[in-house]
Design a protein around this ligand. Structure first.
Ligand code: GLY
Ligand code: MN
Ligand code: MN
Length: 445
């Protein structure tokens, strides 16, 4: 069941990376410096490493794909404001692990003003930092703080006569993460692609499902499709939960059989050019919903569709979540899973027994992407360029206290939605969501 290959969307241009660095520096004082480390290889065992994935913040400002790099931004420096330190050229190592761009390649390909190899790093850095008093760092990055401490000591010890030692550290995260929260047109093009190939993967897994397979068979179908379309793999650990496994929110074992008469919940998304897709669908293993499964499914679907429809500039994720809670709670009362008045069940949070997570998160280079959710103590208004997930669910425990028909059913429906000036764009609309559409799609095996 091979899909047609798809055209690749354009990569982010060096000009856009430059513009991002310049936009960040607009917010920085002239005597400041940004020190931002890229990711490093992590040893898996002996001489084997985990596959390298660049740090998202570093990628956002450089597009530079090698490990062990450092970006230094120096607002107002006449010889150039962006300086990159990168791995040393090393023909012996490169024979094993591939060509390194080196300083010259980094300037040519990535449009930084200057680049140097790491062998020169600390000497050069001490010179670059002279006179800079505010260090903008990721304060949760211990190695970045240690590097800054080391530089401060060098400057203070008078090794560099006339140099002023830098005096304060400022967290870079809030500033950079605000910038990352609003996606550019070229980022949205990559996110559309990540979402589209994630949707194709869900369609494929739905068609492949049947009783007697194991959860990992569907995982294999999904991840084949991600990679076939040039994704680097899953953007987070793929969840395939048959039956009551769907009620375990972060179930990733994926090693149980898929049984006749049960639902299966798949939460899976591709990573493409470091951008994440994040889709959940829940469907019957045998292709037909039972009446109880359908009834519960339609409660989640109604809440999800209304929440997606509410995404627009000015709306807040808080309001959208409150609407979902109201719709789910009303449905639970109607099905007899909750007793009492709607307002009372919302107020006493009895719905939380069946719905305990929030409805949305930001999506971007990270699946749970960066950016503040609250501003001045309130859920922040949505703005064009933000991308959110809408993912209500109901998880009915397999216990005697609930109606037998619904025991052990877990349902979540998740789509990725970009906020546009006029309202919203659903990025993951290519995968069946309504009961009739799921059943029709699965019947066409
Ligand atoms: N897949 C993680 C989430 O939906 O938040
Ligand atoms: Mn999600
Ligand atoms: Mn998800």
């Amino acid at each position: 069941m091979l899909s047609e290959p798809l055209p690749r969307p354009a990569a982010i241009s060096p000009d856009e990376y430059r513009a991002r660095r310049e936009a960040l520096m607009q917010h920085l004082p002239q005597d400041s410096v940004v020190l931002l480390r890229g990711g490093s290889l992590v040893t898996r065992s002996h001489d084997s490493d985990y596959p390298f994935r660049q740090n998202s913040d570093f990628h956002y400002l450089t597009g530079f794909a090698e490990p062990d790099a450092l970006l230094v931004l120096l607002p107002g420096r006449s010889e150039g404001e962006s300086v990159l330190f990168c791995q040393d050229r090393d023909p012996d190592r490169e024979a094993w692990t591939g060509i390194r761009l080196g300083a010259e390649g980094a300037v040519k390909k990535h449009g930084v003003d200057q680049a140097f190899e790491n062998a020169e790093r600390n000497e050069r850095l001490a010179l670059l930092l002279a006179g800079r008093c505010q260090f903008y760092l990721m304060l949760d990055d211990g190695e970045a703080v240690a590097l800054a401490d080391d530089m401060r000591k060098r400057l203070a010890s008078g090794q560099r006569r006339g140099a002023v030692s830098a005096c304060s550290y400022v967290d870079l995260a809030p500033l950079l993460h605000e910038q990352r929260l609003i996606k550019s047109e070229s980022e949205l093009a990559l996110m559309r692609h990540a979402a589209h190939i994630s949707a194709l993967a869900h369609r494929r897994a739905m068609r492949a499902a049947r009783p007697g397979l194991y959860e990992y068979h569907l995982q294999a179908e999904l991840e084949h499709e991600f990679q076939w379309h040039g994704g680097s793999g899953p953007a987070y650990a793929t969840i395939v939960g048959g039956g009551a496994n769907a009620c375990v929110l972060h179930y990733i074992e994926n090693d149980d059989p898929l049984r006749e008469g049960e639902l299966v919940l798949i939460d899976a998304g591709a990573e493409f050019d470091l951008y994440a897709g994040d889709i959940t669908r829940t469907f019957p293993v045998n292709g037909r919903f039972s009446p109880a499964q359908r009834a519960l499914y339609d409660v989640v679907l109604t809440a999800q569709e209304r929440a997606v429809a509410a995404v627009r500039p000015g709306a807040t994720l808080g309001e959208i979540h409150d609407g979902v809670v109201r719709d789910l709670t009303a449905g639970l009362i109607e099905l007899g899973l909750l007793e009492g008045e709607l307002e009372a069940c919302i107020a006493d949070e009895s719905y939380r027994r069946f719905y305990l997570h929030s409805t949305s998160h930001w999506l971007g280079l990270d699946v749970h992407d960066v950016g503040a959710y609250r501003v001045e103590g309130k859920s922040r208004p949505l703005e064009p360029g933000m991308v959110v997930t809408i993912e209500p669910g109901l998880y009915i425990p397999d216990t005697e206290e609930v109606l037998p028909a619904y025991r052990g059913i877990g349902i979540r429906i998740e789509d990725d939605v970009a906020v546009t000036p006029a309202g919203h764009e659903v990025l993951t609309g290519d995968v069946p969501r309504r009961v009739v559409d799921i059943e029709a799609w699965m019947a066409k095996k």
